[in-house]
Design a protein around this ligand. Structure first.
Ligand SMILES: [Zn+2]
Length: 124
């Protein structure tokens, strides 16, 4: 089990397991948020505490959530309640759990193709 928290600690989530792969997207929203995403099924992520504020994008398919106090983006979820997928911003996880995890560089800004891969490098 991994705990993910925003900077001020108001928002806490418990996540079933370490991410196996991460997505680094360059779309107009992700590049501004600086998020790094791991995808989970909604039942694998439990909100332990903290209300969040949702931002709904133009195409109204998903909403990104952030802490109202410190502003950290914590996750996104689909507006389709039957969706099997949500994204957790792994920047809220302890960096140690991400060391060496594969990161896909997704061209969400244009082609939606994976441009390449790298491994999460744990800073000294
Ligand atoms: Zn916060």
């Amino acid at each position: 089990m991994i705990e993910a928290t925003c900077h001020c600690g108001a928002v806490r989530m418990e996540i079933d397991h370490t991410p196996e792969i991460l997505t680094d997207c360059n779309c107009s929203l992700c590049r501004r948020l600086g998020g790094l995403w791991a995808y989970y099924r909604p039942e694998q992520v439990r909100r332990v505490s903290g209300a969040t504020i949702a931002y709904v994008q133009g195409d109204r398919t998903l909403e990104t959530h952030h802490c109202p106090i410190c502003g950290c983006t914590t996750h996104w979820q689909s507006l389709d309640a039957t969706s099997e997928r949500m994204g957790v911003n792994v920047r809220m996880m302890p960096p140690q759990v991400l060391a060496g995890v594969r990161v896909r560089k997704l061209d969400g800004a244009d082609t939606w193709e994976v441009l390449g891969e790298y491994h999460f490098l744990l800073g000294a």
